[in-house]
Design a binder for this molecule. Sequence first.
Ligand SMILES: C[S@@+](CC[C@H](N)C(=O)[O-])C[C@H]1O[C@@H](n2cnc3c(N)ncnc32)[C@H](O)[C@@H]1O
Length: 317
Amino acid sequence: MSVTESLHLALAEAFGGPLADALVEQHDNWLNRHGNWPAWCQMRDTLPAVTQRWRLQDGCLTAGEDVDQPDLLTEQLKSFIPWRKGPVCLGGVAIDTEWRSDFKWTRLARHINLRDEQVLDVGAGNAYFGWCMLAAGARRVFGCDPTQLFIAQHEVIRHFAGLAANHLIAARLEDLPPALSGFDRVFSMGVLYHRRDPLEHLNALKARLRPGGGLVLETLILDGPDDQVLVPPDRYANMRNVHALPTRQRLESWLQASGWTATEWIDITATTSAEQRRTEWMPFHSLSEALSADDPTLTREGLPAPLRAIVLARKPT
Ligand SMILES: C[S@@+](CC[C@H](N)C(=O)[O-])C[C@H]1O[C@@H](n2cnc3c(N)ncnc32)[C@H](O)[C@@H]1O
């Protein structure tokens, strides 16, 4: 069974055949809009045959048995650069991703119980966290992400890991059909600050949950006691699409206005270059180029350096 067939089957089981048919067609159309998609598929199809299996080993997604020609596999996997989320080890080749995403998962995991939950991970990237969620007991994970390269990476990972219940849909949250809802848990990590209208995003997340379902929200915040929001005038930490950094108080009031209850702040951490850095698998600008050379508490634009919060909340029953 191909990755897309497995996605179709899971969608049909969870939401019925007509939704699965329409969404998989939309998924395929979106992927084919990217000029590199055929080349990525061709490269994926030349990957060596392996016994499929996966496990998380010290936070590293380790999938497939070791291959006979690791140098060739390294070259093949480098066609999918930049690798941002991981770490991942495929067929014995260690991919040192830009982000040590396992650090974030470690800050989060002990605060949530995903046992038997059906989860939606919005802005899932290559779906690294979906493997963590399955390992933590989730029944099934659907991620969504519009970036075609990350879907290609997910398909590469699944070539080694096999067809576990960690599925990735090529779509933005706002393009998913309304009937894709009733989830036990919705994750939005690293997405809110990219949205022009944060309240609209929080409302859209709530619409995907069953009554009483849980939210995991991870986002950039602004340090300070006041009710404030920083709207970067131009770039923020080299990123063009960061629209709003709220203080804790402002984020609380957004969550309240959007109708969330039982808000629980579980972590606030400044991003360090141990967690986000340039590697041979992501050889472009990373955190150190995003910070001021003179003062690492500031970004290169002179704004406060990245500080990330994780907040849990519930949709009322
Ligand atoms: C900063 S990354 C975060 C990835 C991962 N969730 C994490 O926490 O490391 C943001 C991701 O959101 C995706 N994204 C951007 N706009 C989106 C939207 N409207 N709906 C869903 N995903 C979106 C991007 O493609 C990107 O992979």
